[in-house]
Design a protein around this ligand. Structure first.
Ligand SMILES: *[C@@H]1O[C@H](CO)[C@@H](O)[C@H](O)[C@H]1NC(C)=O
Ligand SMILES: *[C@@H]1O[C@H](CO)[C@@H](O)[C@H](O)[C@H]1NC(C)=O
Ligand SMILES: *[C@@H]1O[C@H](CO)[C@@H](O)[C@H](O)[C@H]1NC(C)=O
Ligand SMILES: *[C@@H]1O[C@H](CO)[C@@H](O)[C@H](O)[C@H]1NC(C)=O
Ligand SMILES: *[C@@H]1O[C@H](CO)[C@@H](O)[C@H](O)[C@H]1NC(C)=O
Ligand SMILES: *[C@@H]1O[C@H](CO)[C@@H](O)[C@H](O)[C@H]1NC(C)=O
Length: 549
């Protein structure tokens, strides 16, 4: 084959962001409004192909996923794939800093490949407060037959979507935030979009055959509330979280903070009857509890009304975090094949401290990081950078690596931090507030090496778990506490680091990490796809020279 043709083929491959030889999964998603009454009050929800929550994506390592999404809402829409790493491909991340929104009445096709990140993920709407109306669901990445997972095949594989819920529409929630106030507490909690009535007539959410073992993937797609999950009379054997196989400990209950996912095995080894699965709000003065039914196939009799209690206080949750360990001998693929496996031996080249704060700017509630509250730009940051007009759209590094003094006035600007390609970086999330935080990083998984109460100092590094911390993409930070993560910034692109507490996210507690490969090589990053939507200042601009091999 001639060199030119070869280069052309490579460009074609790189332009689509999908690899030819691997299997494809095609989906058509129709995004519409609908009516549902999960708490008994009919209200507007966002449906995907008529479903609330949205459909599960069931994929296998290396599958190419192609989703043609039709936006039939009356406002712009984007979905983001939380925890899917999109290697070299922030073009498909689906957040305001990387993608132009899908205009109402139009469609856009996401193309991405799921790599060796066997595990449990979620997707959800990225814009405004749409996430509070639905449009979310589960995404599984199964292991190829070649890669054994460290447990026997379960009899079935169930997805449990937990979320806090408001009876106000997403537009009303947005209006409340735009007017400068908090959305306050939820009206209730849902399990797979429902609440069991407990009147003996509830349909089961899941069934189990006696003696068999099932996998449950438990994820929190809510707006702000940490939820404790448990199953009456049954223990849960933790096997995976956010793409990493864990040491298999048994738990009575799990705290699932916003946007986290856990996979557990549950054996149907109790008296055959119905059992409640229970989700309760945490860290909220008035606890709210919701149930759903699990039925034994040969079951006789209703679930006992006596629900196992939720734990109290956040120290319990911190202790639970400390029991999570990566299974170093599990033979499944490593989430971070780029050499950060012995992450404890790598020298840290930069420490970035990100401190969240709440304050009023011109009388309105804003959330900030190191004194700056992020604002989205009409031109996505990634497009501004790619088309080489960043100066027209944003300034790099408007925050420093150290939090500003707390009496400094908060300003509102897009936040983009430059990360030097392939450097090993330590990020400390400092929470001086009394509200729990949940932080997430797109495009990567990181080693969650510590969460502690108090204030971080360099001496705290001796408390890090430098051996078997779980590699994941979301980490909670308790009140007046800090969390430390380590990672290699080896995935070129523009990546969102955000609060998953969605009102904080909407009101500015997020930023972007710009990771540029100086080589401008297709080995490091794909070119912008031909079909990418353009908006803002890059419409009609000539495309810059494409990346080459
Ligand atoms: C999406 O659903 C709406 C409402 O049911 C329907 O009118 C429309 O034709 C559907 N669009 C597609 C592309 O399926
Ligand atoms: C998910 O995909 C796997 C692998 O192709 C398959 O074995 C399994 O039956 C699928 N599960 C569902 C619920 O479709
Ligand atoms: C929109 O959908 C049509 C019909 O399925 C498809 O041919 C087209 O490629 C889609 N457009 C985009 C931008 O994905
Ligand atoms: C780790 O995974 C291996 C299989 O790869 C399994 O045999 C072992 O039990 C797991 N270890 C723990 C502590 O869960
Ligand atoms: C890390 O830094 C130490 C001290 O500066 C140095 O001796 C060591 O070689 C470095 N290790 C690696 C893996 O670069
Ligand atoms: C950040 O990246 C931009 C674009 O590559 C570059 O112009 C700028 O010098 C970088 N700034 C820092 C502080 O690295």
């Amino acid at each position: 084959m001639g060199a030119v043709l070869w280069i052309l083929l490579l460009c074609l491959w790189a332009a689509t962001g999908v690899q030819g030889e691997d299997p494809y999964l095609f989906f058509e998603w129709n995004i519409t409004y609908g009516t549902a009454a999960p708490l008994g009050v009919p209200q507007q929800v966002i449906l995907i192909n008529g479903q609330f929550p949205g459909p599960n994506i069931n994929s296998t390592t290396n599958n190419n996923i192609v989703i043609n999404m039709f936006n039939n809402l009356d406002e712009p829409f984007l979905i983001t794939w939380s925890g899917i790493q999109h290697r070299k491909n922030s073009w498909q991340d689906g957040v305001a800093g990387t993608n132009c929104p899908i205009a109402p009445g139009t469609n856009y096709t996401y193309h991405f490949q799921v790599k060796d990140q066997i595990g449990s993920y979620i997707y959800y709407p990225a814009l405004g407060m749409q996430r509070g109306a639905g449009g979310f669901g589960g995404l599984r990445v199964n292991s190829r037959l070649l890669i054994p997972v460290p447990y026997a095949d379960p009899a079935d594989d169930y997805t449990v979507i937990l979320n806090d819920w408001w009876t106000k529409s997403h537009s009303t929630l947005k209006k409340i935030l735009d007017s400068g106030r908090s959305i306050g507490r939820p009206a209730g909690v849902l399990i797979n979009g429902k609440v069991a009535k407990g009147d003996g007539k509830d349909e089961p959410l899941f069934t189990m055959e006696p003696g068999k073992t099932y996998k449950y993937r438990i994820c929190n797609t809510g707006l702000k509330t940490s939820l404790n999950f448990r199953i009456q009379g049954h223990k849960m054997l933790l096997v995976e979280m956010e793409g990493s196989h864990t040491v298999q400990n048994s738990y009575e209950s799990l705290d699932v903070h916003v946007s986290q996912c856990y996979a557990v095995l549950v054996t149907a080894d109790q008296t055959p009857k119905d059992y409640y699965m229970v989700a309760s709000t945490r860290f909220q003065r008035k606890e709210m509890t919701t149930t759903g039914i699990i039925r034994y196939t040969n079951g006789k009799g209703p679930a006992s009304p006596e629900l196992p209690p939720a734990p109290v206080g956040w120290a319990w949750s911190l202790n639970q975090f400390r029991t999570f360990r990566w299974n170093l001998t599990a033979s499944a693929a490593r989430p971070n094949p780029q050499g950060s496996y012995h992450y404890g031996a790598i020298n840290i080249t930069r420490t970035i401290k990100l401190a969240n704060s709440a304050s009023k700017v011109n009388g309105k509630l804003r959330y900030a990081i190191n004194g700056v509250s992020h604002v989205d730009t009409p031109t996505p940051l990634k497009l501004a950078e790619y088309f080489q007009i960043p100066d027209k759209v944003f300034k790099y590094n408007v925050i420093g690596d150290e939090p500003s003094s707390s009496n400094q006035e908060v300003i509102r600007q897009p936040i983009v931090l430059n990360m030097t390609f392939r450097t090993f970086i330590e990020i400390i999330f400092e929470n001086h507030e009394t509200a729990i935080q949940s932080w997430h990083l797109d495009g990567y998984s990181f080693f969650a090496v510590a969460i502690e109460a108090g204030t971080w100092t360099p001496e705290k590094r001796k408390n890090y778990n430098l051996l078997d911390a779980v590699s994941r993409h979301t980490i909670q930070v308790f009140p007046k506490s800090w969390a430390a993560i380590l990672l290699t910034f080896d995935n070129a692109g523009m990546w969102n680091i955000r609060s998953e507490i969605w009102e904080r996210h909407y009101l500015g507690q997020q930023l972007y990490a710009s990771v540029i490969s100086p080589a401008r090589s297709l080995r490091d990053e794909y070119n912008i796809p031909d079909y990418a939507l353009l908006c803002g200042d890059v419409v009609n601009l000539p495309k810059p020279p494409p990346y080459t091999i």
